[in-house]
Design a protein around this ligand. Structure first.
Ligand code: NAD
Ligand code: DAU
Length: 356
């Protein structure tokens, strides 16, 4: 792993991963390809350690000419593919871009990488890896008492987002099976932590609560998600890149299964503690039940024994400490927050989604 192409490295998990990798691998060179869609921002890449080892390129994974040029110019041996459309609610309102980025974009990347690694003199014998980042949502929805999904569970995606991610997973495996592409794939549970775009539940609740706005709970609020701190996710991806077997997939989970209402109440309690003189205290009074998400999955959970056993990984953050740190991060970064709140795109999204 010397010259790494990270796609989507200006988004939430991608930017945390770039920061993590520069911290643990001093000699690495990262080429960060990101289209800077609404959820990507150079603000997420400020104050990187060893920033001279990081090269940012604004561009689209659907552009084969650009991808081919980067692979060749920087002699890429490792690809870590985060770039995607990622928000379930947006996929329900407008699925087209999810098909384009998640399916067409991933195929473009796979095909361009395959050609480069197969045809470039010297590359056929180099150690190479294509790592694809995926989600637990490809497996469907669990009842409260059902066991968590393993790496062998069948795919059953429900939302346009989940279906587009499932398609991309199938394509990655097909390239491994058909062309021998040395890939690894990870499915992981709901991430939270610094730099998450506030369309997702945890940062949305934090920012709305700070402004004294309603905290929207879809349906009965009893849906269950397993929450994973983004730093734990980054460490797991790194271990899979270093020691994971090509042609394999690994589940990454947080061991923190909570209902949405429990998460929202926990955030409110932390804010009450941190902001004792807030006029919005107690923040739980802001909770408001709203129309449910269409086709809302009831529960996600991953069995991650394989990565624990084979790569000696387990999550380090408890949800209580992880949430406290996350609330503190948003409180300590008012400029980052203000930059998003003042964006027309963000305000329009809130108007569109919450008047649905
Ligand atoms: P995000 O929306 O914060 O970031 C996505 C990034 O991809 C943005 O920087 C965006 O500009 C970039 N991008 C989008 N389309 C692009 C294109 N065509 N070309 C180049 N760049 C493009 O998303 P995230 O939460 O950081 O998710 C990253 C990956 O992790 C995704 O593949 C997602 O499916 C997966 N994932 C996320 C979670 C989660 O809880 N957030 C959980 C499991 C898996
Ligand atoms: O499970 C992994 C997935 O987690 C990732 O693949 C996705 O990219 C990521 O967006 C996330 O999907 P979810 O739909 O689970 O995350 P979200 O933060 O949108 O919602 C979490 C839960 O909270 C879900 O049950 C819906 C609910 N919710 C969400 C919002 C935005 C609300 O009740 N109110 C809200 O306003």
């Amino acid at each position: 792993m010397q010259n790494v192409l990270v796609t989507g490295g200006a988004g939430f998990i991608g930017s945390n991963f770039v920061r993590y990798l520069l911290g643990v691998e001093p000699d690495i060179r990262i080429i960060n390809l990101d289209a800077l869609t609404y959820s990507g921002s150079l603000e997420n890449l400020k104050e990187l350690p060893r920033s001279d080892r990081h090269i940012f390129v604004k561009g689209d994974i659907c552009d084969p000419g650009l991808v081919a040029k980067l692979l060749q110019e920087y002699e890429i041996d490792t690809v870590v593919h985060f770039a995607a459309e990622t928000h379930v609610d947006r996929s329900i309102l407008d699925p087209g871009q999810f098909i384009q980025t998640n399916i067409v974009g991933t195929t473009t990347l796979l095909e361009t990488v395959r050609r480069y690694w197969m045809n470039e003199p010297g590359m056929e014998n180099a150690i190479k890896r294509f790592h694809h980042i995926s989600t637990d949502e490809v497996f469907g929805s669990l009842a409260p008492d059902e066991p968590a999904w393993t790496e062998e569970s069948p795919y059953d995606p429900h939302s346009p987002y989940a279906a587009s991610k499932a398609a991309s997973d199938h394509l990655v495996r097909a390239y491994g099976h058909t062309y021998g592409l040395p890939y690894t794939l990870t499915n992981c549970t709901n991430n939270y932590g610094p730099y998450q775009y506030p369309e997702k539940l945890i940062p949305l609740v934090i920012l709305n609560a700070l402004e004294g706005k309603p905290l929207p709970v879809y349906g009965d609020g009893r849906q269950i998600r397993d929450w994973l701190h983004v730093e734990d996710h980054c460490e797991a991806i790194y271990l899979v890149l270093k020691h994971g077997l090509a042609g394999g997939s690994y589940h990454i989970g947080g061991a923190n299964q909570l209902t949405n209402i429990e998460i929202i109440e926990a955030i409110c309690e932390i804010l009450d503690e941190r902001l004792p003189s807030s006029p919005h205290k107690p923040h739980r009074q802001l909770i408001q039940f709203v129309t449910d998400r269409p086709g809302h999955d009831r529960r996600y959970a991953l069995d991650f024994h394989k990565i624990e056993r084979d790569l000696d990984w387990k999550p380090r953050h408890t949800i209580r400490n992880g949430l406290r740190d996350t609330v503190d991060w948003y409180l300590a970064h008012p400029d980052w927050v203000a930059g998003i709140l003042k964006k027309k795109e963000y305000q329009e999204w809130l108007g569109k989604n919450y008047t649905r």
